[in-house]
Design a protein around this ligand. Sequence first.
Ligand code: FEO
Length: 394
Amino acid sequence: MIELKNKIYYVGVNDRNKSLFEGLWPLPSGVTYNSYLIDDDKVCLIDSVEVDFFSQFIESLHEVLGDRKIDYLVVNHMEPDHSGSIKLLRKYYPDIQVIGNKKSFDLLSGFYGVDDNHLEVKHGDTLELGHHTLKFFMTPMVHWPETMMTLDVTDHVLFSGDAFGCFGALNGGLLDSDINTEWAWLEMTRYYSNIVGKYGTPVQNALKKLAGEQIDYICSTHGPVWHEYADRVVSLYDRMSKYETEPGLVICYGTMYGNTERMAECIARAASQAGVKNIMVYNVSKTHHSYILRDIFRYRGLIVGAPTYNNGLYHEMDVLLQEIANRDIKNHYIGWFGSYGWASKAVQKIGEWNEQHIHFDVVGEPVEMKQALTEETKEKCRALGRAMAEKLRG
Ligand code: FEO
């Protein structure tokens, strides 16, 4: 338990054991499930934690409250990493009133069979706790339909749900000004690009709704509390949700025996020689796609390449391309390359994917290699690297 300010307490937990968030996204440094308790005339809990951590959670609540009851539980988000403790909380605090919106209550009923003691709020509604007054903002599809945010308008503390969150457990400190936040920026980008990234327009809508409000603290459900860097965090979300990028290039490839990989190396070298400083080269079978997607969100240039496999596209690349398309990523330049042993398919498949799904701005000529690199194919790879560099410089 940590007091943030004026009897707003952090009562969240670290999860250092889970390997994959949502069963999909690697957690090399763990993750937090953040919950906050406002101890006022009316006691209000904001979000809860994954149920496996309930004993630790209830201990923190007792540490603040002793035997006093909790009046309200605000459910900003119903995904089970934050709602998983609701049924148990109701056993400890049978009178607790759950605050949410129409959609949250539908999910609450479906996930946990909880159908009573609700207090439904709408966009702009307020609730007096005593010293603190809460104001509710409906922010649907950031990243579930029921997602909302709660602003303490007295102390200007925003409880933002998953928005502005990042992967990574907390190592003792909670507030950004008390810790080295270097790790958090990339992990915030990876969290955003993998989990929220599809919903750029809803994120923009949410930011517009919050635009006129004074926000001094951002309390997300994952990662540090943002105070010193609150403006930077909002600005990062603004840029990512507009699919704005920096000059830079991601080259990702699939390879079976290293031949296609050599094409990637050749392209990367040419792009570097032509002046591109930010170049990330990834083997899609080696690096988890979540990191590649993170960098695709960061950098404007993308070059993908893979072998033909089973008369189609190499599986890992096929999956990555689906993941890119699924996030409706915009504002990118694309080039591509591919290889085959006896029947050409990969280059065609990547071209069809771009034409049918993603519509990135095509740069240079796709390069196709039969079996192994020749001097002629190498020169085509270099030309592709140079063409991308020219676009990025422009
Ligand atoms: Fe942290 Fe969408 O759950």
